[in-house]
Design a protein around this ligand. Sequence first.
Ligand SMILES: [Zn+2]
Length: 208
Amino acid sequence: MVSDASRFLWLGNHRALDFLNTEPVVRGRRVDLLPDLRGLVDWSQEAGFLDGEAAGVVLDRWEGSSEGASVLEQVQQLRRALHALVERLRERKSPSQKAIDAINAILRLDAGYAEVVRVRGEFRRRFHAHIHEPAQLLRPVAEAASSLLCGADPELIKRCGNPDCVLYFYDASRNHARRWCSMDLCGNRMKVAAHYLRQRNGGGASQG
Ligand SMILES: [Zn+2]
């Protein structure tokens, strides 16, 4: 589902962090990758939260409507709450009740039902989305946020080592030594910058 041509960032290694990463800094400015209902629908589809048929139904019904626009405020609220929650977790502090309330408000929305189906002799769980208001699109995000809070190791929630970068990731690498959102976006750039500084400050002589 996620192609190279995606306009979204899928480097968070956790859907809650991928959602936070929908507001990256590009050339010094914050950019909202979910500025409209279509953006949210496309993101949800690439995230595996929404199938093509349901995406079409959502867009037919709400694209261009005030209800469709109102979900964008909820996107921003949830993203702010999640941002606050993640920062508190990273500081080894308890997240605020306000952030938890924001997540719970979305979790309370009815989203459909799951059923067990037999596929070629194996059992699979299949979820039937039952979307009757656009805010329900955010329910899987709230689920991911709750799993981050209840099940993730806070020490592995990291922010990219580039101080100008605002991207988060869950470091599931074997040695937990991941430093960059991605090598292409920041890793190589920061290495080049560090090399340049070493050259300038000491003619290449290493100071340890
Ligand atoms: Zn980065």
